[in-house]
Design a protein around this ligand. Structure first.
Ligand SMILES: *Cc1c(COP(=O)(O)O)cnc(C)c1O
Length: 377
């Protein structure tokens, strides 16, 4: 089954013989037992819920994993993931990372004895050099947020295997429609389902997808024990959103390519970061390892004043955090997603007051460009 078909039909067997075309919302906290020692397969919604299971089966099928677990947000999934590790363990993380992930590593995981070492994972020698005997996992975001650096996942998987570490990939930006980390050797895929999977900026959700049943069981134990599971109604919204994932990604990506080219022609724009531009250092790698470049891009303008003028001047485009919805959103990483990162570190990575990030939506590309043009003034 092709991915665009799987987005719609991969979990059809879960409508429990009713023939329902749309996934039923099982808004039940608990389930009655047929008798002593018997179960319908559903006992209590923190352990299993048919609607959540439907969303989990869909995401597992799309990612090619043994199983998926649905969480109440991407950060809930990240927090559960970190329970795989013990005090003294280290993980190597991409240095250009979602701000919330850095906050989790630095303010929660570190206190619990698990430390993160940051490396530019798009540079394989830097990645190799970051390993210590304590390294238990690689945590890779690709393309990165917000600088759009791309890591060679097959090479990272080979390094992880050699050193007995897990490879974990945050696939929020490209989605399973465009990228399949598990097929390239990843052990776990993480999603903020809030973004493209749900796709309409109307719910929060998170997923962990495990490559093997053994890993899935470990994560399932953490999921049911720590309890940040996705509610039935939010699972329904994810299932509904997934039906149009392929259509939305195709349109958003085509728009992103057009907007990236147009930005290059603007005198106010200094640099455009988008893996779909032939000038991007990972253009060839992206073509080789993924089925597309996604719809996230960042760009720098000539001054902080211009950046602020654009943020204040957009009308169609919404100045808001988050990404991956049908609406085009513009973000100012320096004050929004990366406000918690130390200034020197932030600037060394290129996150300056001249950097803007766009999550390109599915509107008409000419309307997005016209809005930016008006905002440039
Ligand atoms: C948004 C995001 C997260 C966190 O997900 P939430 O659903 O907001 O908790 C993690 N990783 C990436 C890449 C994200 O964009």
């Amino acid at each position: 089954m092709k991915l665009e078909t799987a987005c719609i039909h991969a979990a059809r067997d879960l409508t429990h013989g009713t023939g329902a075309v749309s996934a039923p919302i099982y808004q039940s906290a608990t389930f009655a037992h047929p008798g002593v020692g018997q179960s319908t397969g559903y006992d209590y919604s923190r352990l299993q819920n048919p609607t959540r299971e439907h969303a989990e089966k869909l995401v597992a099928a799309l990612e090619g994993g043994a199983a998926a677990l649905a969480f109440s947000s991407g950060m809930a999934a990240m927090t559960a993931l970190m329970e795989l590790f013990s005090p003294g363990d280290e993980i190597i993380a991409t240095d250009d990372l979602y701000g919330g992930s850095i906050r989790l590593f630095e303010h929660i995981s570190r206190k619990n004895g698990v430390s993160a070492r940051y490396a530019d994972t798009s540079d394989l020698s830097a990645l190799r050099a970051a390993f210590t005997e304590k390294t238990r996992a690689l945590f890779i975001e690709s393309p990165t947020n917000p600088m759009m650096k791309v890591t060679d996942i097959e090479a990272a998987a080979a390094l992880a295997r050699e050193r007995g570490a897990l490879l974990i990939v945050d696939n929020t930006f490209l989605t399973p429609y465009l990228f399949s980390p598990i097929a390239l050797g990843a052990d776990i895929v993480l999603h903020s389902g809030t973004k493209y999977l749900a796709g309409h900026n109307d719910t929060l959700a998170g997923f962990l997808v495990a490559k093997t049943p053994e890993l899935a069981e470990k994560l399932r134990f953490i999921h049911k024990t720590t309890g940040a599971c996705l509610s039935p109604f939010d699972a329904f919204l994810v299932i509904r959103g997934l039906k149009t994932l392929a259509l939305r990604m195709d349109k958003a990506q085509a728009n992103a390519a057009e907007v990236a080219e147009w930005l290059l022609s603007r005198p106010e724009v200094a640099e455009v970061y988008y893996a779909g531009l032939p000038s991007h250092p990972a253009y060839e790698l992206s073509k080789r390892q993924a089925r597309g470049f996604g719809a996230m891009l960042s760009f720098t303008v000539d001054s902080a004043e211009t950046a602020r003028r654009v943020l204040g001047g957009v009308e169609l485009i919404l100045f808001a955090e988050s990404l991956g919805g049908v609406e085009t959103l513009i973000t100012y990483p320096v004050t929004q997603t990366h406000a918690d990162a130390p200034r020197a570190e932030r600037e060394a990575r290129g996150i300056t007051d001249r950097l803007l990030r766009l999550s390109v939506g599915i509107e008409a590309a000419c309307d997005i460009k016209a809005d930016l043009e008006r905002a440039f003034g």
